[in-house]
Design a protein around this ligand. Structure first.
Ligand code: FPP
Length: 252
């Protein structure tokens, strides 16, 4: 992800939508516990919320939507819950890929693929391959993703180039490192939303979030909908973005 911002889609509900919205979909477990349901049901309803938000993102003219679907640290959860989350990703791709493709959604995956089961890797590749030429909305799925790991991997790649004599260390700057992250062609998020009231990044897009506006909403992810997204965008629109300078830049 780079610093370049893309314009909002023509003909959308609104023109002040941020180009890139990233979401930490938190609170599935608490949503389920509050209803006496198993955590898996919270995650399942979380996928319903994701479908709503992808649709709303089209309608609102958002160009890039990044979702935190499974973090590098989620491996510390019980095996049964990890199995549930992997099962949901499998089902999401199998059931929703055709309609995402029909709707012009380009799917991109960031995160570590090494060590994932081969059928999951095949599904992730299939989703990216099938939708590679779509242009309406890019859905970036952060799966087995951790920002520190992503930055470390980029540093390792550059160090290898130096070690092999293919790169002068003086050429390594913020731009070079950014260009070696998982999706350097995707602009940095303008707005990062975290649901369920927690106020932290939890190893999500920490490099790319340098100048993102952060909006924390109290509702749990399974209850998130278009109105909640519009509320977060309205909050974003009230922010003054100066990117380290003195003069406010336009919202997106
Ligand atoms: C955080 O809620 C959510 C997750 C760790 C996973 C998010 C996954 C989904 C919404 C479904 C799977 C996504 C795809 C693309 C199929 P939590 O479990 O930490 O909730 P809690 O903090 O209330 O326990």
């Amino acid at each position: 992800m780079s610093n370049a911002a893309a314009p909002a889609t023509e003909g959308s509900d609104r023109s002040d939508a941020p180009a890139h919205v990233a979401i930490i979909m938190d609170g599935n477990g608490r949503w389920a516990a509050a209803r006496g349901l198993p955590r898996a049901e919270g995650h399942r309803r979380g996928v319903d919320a994701l479908r709503r938000v992808v649709r709303a993102s089209h309608e609102l003219g958002i160009r890039y939507l990044t979702i935190f679907s499974f973090s590098s640290e989620n491996w510390s959860r019980p095996a049964s819950e990890i199995g549930d989350l992997f099962g949901l990703l499998r089902r999401f791709i199998r059931n929703d890929l055709a309609s995402l493709h029909r709707d012009g959604v380009k799917v991109r995956i960031i995160g570590e693929r090494e060590g994932l089961e081969s059928d999951i890797c095949a599904l992730l590749n299939e989703a990216e391959e099938l939708t590679r030429d779509n242009t309406r909305l890019t859905l970036v799925v952060a799966f087995n993703y951790g920002s520190r790991q992503e930055i470390a991997k980029a540093a390792q790649k550059l160090a290898r180039e130096v070690g092999e004599g293919r790169r002068n260390p003086d050429t390594i700057d913020a731009e070079t490192l950014g260009a070696n992250l998982d999706a350097p062609d995707i602009p940095d998020p303008d707005l990062i939303i975290r649901t369920s009231g927690e106020q932290r990044l939890s190893n999500f897009l920490m490099w790319q979030a340098a100048y993102s506006e952060l909006v924390f909403v109290p509702i749990h992810w399974p209850d998130f909908d278009k109105a909640a997204l519009e509320g977060a965008i309205a909050e974003f629109a009230r922010r003054e973005r100066r990117f380290g300078g003195l003069v406010a830049k336009t919202a997106s």
